[in-house]
Design a protein around this ligand. Structure first.
Ligand SMILES: [Zn+2]
Length: 299
């Protein structure tokens, strides 16, 4: 599930010295520089997922919720998108643009709209774990080129906090959206969750670390399936930045992909008929419940 870097041996002394220097430099890298895992078209022998151009437009639907306003949801999505866009500006220059949709968005589907949907009711209508915190649907062709992604947030089972200062609710909206945007951009969870699926390989070409006992620097990634999505997890780690920079190098076509309504609007693209679809469930909710049960058993 990740690219593997392969080098060639050389007899050239200068190159050897250069490589030794590089090796020492690698040893001196901060501990937090570990690895990232890319999303792929399938669990085994899949092709890595990415967008073909350097800009994606996200449409935020009216949540029609008493707990989260449309403005709050849009602001949280804009802030999360800005986090990734600013990180990418230092390397490839990928841009995430967030706008309000034409109204409520009631379904995640291949309609040319990269939807952000907050569900107060009806979460998991298309089949997913009702205890997942959120889910990202990815639409792509056989080569792993994405042309649409929809994010659904589980406002039915969990209370989300849109307060920029944190507040008292369990889950921070900006943090949750930032994590889902990582999936939308083509990143998978940065560790192995041991849920019966094949173990992914990270960008270093080795099996991803196991999530639960993973080191602190692994927990620091926004792509860690955390059971504590609090407001202090909004920032990206060095691995998150390396991930987006590796997936989106400089020189990409800056054309934006995605419409604001299924009928068109800014930058609309036609739905693809040859599309495949997959989804990434974020099971932090399940992990949270399991953690709570473990704590209860211990007490
Ligand atoms: Zn996730």
């Amino acid at each position: 599930m990740a690219s593997v870097w392969v080098g060639r041996r050389s007899r050239n002394a200068a190159v050897f010295v250069s490589r030794c220097t590089l090796f020492i430099a690698v040893l001196l890298l901060p501990l937090e520089a570990r690895a990232f895992v890319r999303g792929t078209t399938s669990w085994t022998d899949g092709k890595p997922l990415s967008w073909s151009s350097g800009c994606v437009v996200l449409a935020v639907g009216d949540p029609q919720s008493d707990l989260v306003s449309w403005d709050q949801l849009t602001d949280a999505a804009r802030a999360a998108a800005a986090t990734w866009t600013e990180a990418a500006a230092a390397c490839g220059g990928f841009q995430l643009v967030v706008e309000k949709a034409g109204g409520p968005l009631d379904a995640a589907r291949g309609d040319g709209v990269n939807a952000v949907i907050f569900r107060s009711t009806g979460y998991c209508q298309q089949g997913c774990d009702p205890l997942s915190l959120a889910i990202t649907w990815l639409y792509y062709d056989g080569d792993g080129r994405m042309h649409e992604a929809d994010i659904e947030i589980n406002g039915e089972a969990y209370q989300w906090d849109a307060d920029i200062d944190g507040g008292t609710a369990l889950y921070d909206l900006q943090t949750g959206i930032a994590h889902e945007l990582g999936h939308l951009l083509g990143l998978a969870h940065n560790c192995y969750e041991e849920m019966g699926l094949p173990r992914p390989v990270d960008d270093q070409g080795v099996p991803a670390v196991i999530c639960d006992p993973a080191a602190t620097e692994v927990h620091a990634s926004i792509m860690y399936p955390s059971d504590e999505p609090s407001a202090d997890r909004r920032a990206l780690s060095a691995d998150d930045v390396r991930g987006i920079c590796a997936i989106y190098p400089s020189g990409l076509d800056p054309t934006c992909q995605g419409g604001l309504t299924p009928d068109g609007g800014c930058c609309a693209i036609a739905p693809r008929v040859d599309s495949k679809r997959t989804f990434v469930e974020c099971l932090a909710g399940v992990l949270f419940v399991l953690a709570a049960l473990r704590r209860r058993r211990r007490s």
